[in-house]
Design a binder for this molecule. Structure first.
Ligand code: F6P
Length: 320
């Protein structure tokens, strides 16, 4: 391996820059050239590629977003797009490519590996929805951002004795919602991994909660469950309790990465380069039981995981 490329793909996540920085500096320390690919696989297909040096990543460890920018690229799902990508890698002399993103991005990396480009995936998404790993870069920052925002909603919710519904991101996974449910002390958490209580059950809980002397009712809804606005209207209509829905949205994806994200980013970025130097390909990096490990991408994509039952139970118990 002489030259490696690095790209970020899919939704951005805090800590992606810290990952790029680690990849670039580790590679340079190992005597490799590094090429940055702009806008994910889209940039790869169009040859939007430039050389990076140690200074290119100065002053980036603390920045949210991704300096390489990112995109979702439908063209890369096609065989033609993938061949084009592999061809461009050859034109630029890229013999190893590090892909920072989620499952969709790793599928692309697997295709490139089959076409002779050594690839390594690094899990970068706020959703924590990559089965092979206990941690995905961006999650900690996103949860903290959501938690801070929900603290503020909680203040005003208590003052007005309202019911507040807050919808958080996570695509089809409920990790952000469950973590916020516990750390914000929510009265209820709705996540896609668990059967949704009926509207009637939710309303009964709200009324019982009021009888217990609580001054607000906070419901965290995962994006994968949705329907926050409609639920708010129904609750207010049936109970007479003022109810407001807030969809936190993209503020959860931005911001300076937390220490946890910077650390995982730095460790995973360095490991990805080392794996390429060892001649490995078609691997994805994971943090498993406190260790940084790597898996075959095909195997990793077949794995499944779900939210921690105990966490869900504790969230319920502490809401009384
Ligand atoms: O994967 C990160 C994420 O923010 C999800 O939580 C959300 O479902 C999705 O990306 C939104 O994607 P887009 O940026 O394409 O709207």
């Amino acid at each position: 391996i002489k030259t490696i490329g690095v790209l970020t793909s899919g939704g951005d996540a805090p800590g992606m820059n810290a990952t790029i920085r680690s990849v670039v500096r580790t590679a340079i320390a190992r005597g490799l050239r590094v090429m940055g690919v702009r806008k994910g696989y889209n940039g790869l297909i169009h040859g939007d590629i430039f050389e990076l040096n140690s200074r290119s990543v100065s002053d980036t460890i603390q920045r949210g977003g991704t300096i390489l920018q990112t995109a979702r690229c439908p063209e890369f799902i096609t065989e033609e797009g993938q061949k084009k990508g592999a061809q461009i890698c050859k034109v630029f002399g890229i013999d190893g490519l590090i892909v920072i993103g989620g499952d969709g991005s790793f599928q692309g990396a697997e295709k490139l590996a089959n076409l002779g480009i050594n690839t390594i995936g690094i899990p970068g998404t706020i959703d924590l929805d990559i089965a092979c790993t206990d941690y995905t870069i961006g999650f900690d920052t996103a949860v903290n951002t959501a938690m801070e925002a929900i603290n503020k909603i909680r203040d005003t919710s208590t003052s007005h004795e309202r019911c507040s519904i807050v919808e958080v991101m996570g695509r089809n996974a409920g990790y952000i919602a469950l973590w916020c449910g516990i750390t914000n002390g929510a009265e209820m958490v709705l996540i896609p991994e668990k059967e949704r209580p009926s509207d009637e059950e939710i309303i009964r809980e709200i009324l019982q909660n009021k009888q217990r002397g609580k001054k607000h009712f906070l419901i965290i809804v995962a994006e994968g469950v949705g329907g926050s606005q409609e639920l708010a209207v129904k609750i207010e209509k049936v109970t007479g309790i003022e109810t407001r829905a807030t969809i936190l949205g993209y503020l959860q994806r931005g911001g300076s990465p937390s220490a946890v994200d910077r650390l995982h980013a730095s460790m995973m970025g360095a490991l990805a380069v080392d794996l390429l130097c060892e001649g490995k390909s078609n691997r994805v990096i994971a943090y498993k039981d406190g260790q940084y490990v790597d898996y075959d991408i095909n195997e990793a994509l077949k794995m499944t995981k779900t939210v921690d039952e105990r966490m869900y139970e504790v969230a319920k118990t502490l809401s009384i």
